[in-house]
Design a protein around this ligand. Structure first.
Ligand code: FDA
Length: 302
């Protein structure tokens, strides 16, 4: 399986295939895990999830942008999404990737884009989550968060359990609303655990640490073992449901998403939309090659 994982991660970074994919719309099974290509479609999906007691975090797909015009376009789109969430009065907030807003072009340019987004969201008391990307972008993304949090309190980020420095960072950001994940990129052995067992153990430690801190924790995983562990942990430590939520990606383990919401847990679905779905979709295949079933089903049921 590690061979397949590496193959899909390499494919996720292929710029040429990415541009080709954008031309051909939602294909290869991506429509099962991407909630449409435009704002009306994503609002419709959010309304359906809200009706089932599920809140949403919306991701306008896109990453590794190297043109200023493209980053500006992404910023405008995200501002429109914020406006649409507000006008439709749906239960949703925003997740975004700093590289989509120009982190690889110029730090200050990216900060300016982000500030506009966080500023508009703050007028609607809407949370903005800075998704975390690969190791090269880790510190610059924390720097953006540090700078933004001097002015705004509606911003948080992600701690990736595969990094050796995750414990250090979770302590540093203990006063923030945090999403905790295992980590989705291919990272070198010098900076990250490579072994699933080590990652899982660190994941649990980080979740417990932040839950005990009392700041809002988003536990983002499809792993039922981790979810069951968290359910018992919050019970044992009298941690109330308003202090945490479970998060899963749109289209994955749909029954479990509904079940958790029905059991009374806060549940938030990560809802990606847009044309730039290729990198996102390839990383999902890398995490779980069984997701190839999505592809074969779509291809053979046309
Ligand atoms: P993992 O893939 O380790 O699976 C564990 C077990 O769970 C499997 O062995 C299987 O038994 C079961 N399982 C998993 N998926 C299943 C399925 N679809 N159906 C049935 N059983 C299944 N990463 C990152 O680097 N930066 C980020 O900002 C984010 N953001 C983010 C948000 C949200 C909402 C989620 C859910 C995830 C992320 N991630 C992320 C991705 C994350 O780092 C990680 O790569 C994936 O969630 C995969 O790891 P899991 O914890 O889901 O379990």
């Amino acid at each position: 399986m590690p061979v397949l994982r590496d193959l899909f991660i390499n494919l996720s970074e292929n710029q040429l295939l990415n541009s080709a994919a954008q031309k051909y719309g939602l294909r290869l099974g991506a429509q099962s895990v991407v909630a449409g290509t435009n704002i009306p479609e994503v609002i419709k999906s959010i309304k359906e999830l809200n009706a089932q007691g599920i809140s949403c975090t919306v991701d306008n797909l896109g990453e590794f942008v190297f043109e200023r015009s493209e980053a500006t376009k992404a910023k405008e789109r995200i501002l429109e999404v914020i406006q649409a969430i507000h006008e439709n009065d749906v239960d949703a907030h925003i997740s975004l990737k700093p590289s989509q807003l120009g982190l690889d072009i110029d730090y200050d340019f990216c900060y300016g884009n982000l500030e506009e987004i966080v500023d508009l969201a703050s007028t609607y008391k809407m949370h903005i989550n800075l998704d975390m990307e690969d190791y090269d972008r880790l510190q610059p993304s924390f720097d953006l968060l540090d700078q933004l949090s001097q002015k705004y309190d509606n911003v948080g980020t992600v701690i990736q359990a595969y990094f050796f420095n995750a414990a250090e960072n979770i302590e540093k950001y203990k006063n923030f609303r945090l999403r905790i994940v295992k980590g989705a990129y291919k990272e070198p052995a010098e900076v990250a655990y490579q072994n699933k067992h080590d990652i899982d153990l660190n994941f649990i430690d980080l979740i417990e640490y932040h839950l005990l801190n009392g700041k809002f924790t988003s536990i983002a995983t499809h792993d039922h073992n981790v979810i069951n562990h968290v359910k018992q942990f919050v019970k044992d430590h009298d941690i109330s449901n308003d202090k945490f939520e479970f998060q899963m990606l749109y289209g994955f383990r749909k029954e479990m998403q509904l079940e958790l919401a029905k059991e009374g847990y806060n549940f938030c679905t990560y809802v990606p939309f847009g044309d730039d779905w290729y990198g996102y979709f390839m990383r999902r295949l890398a995490e779980r090659p069984q997701n190839l079933n999505l592809v074969t089903k779509q291809v053979f049921t046309k």
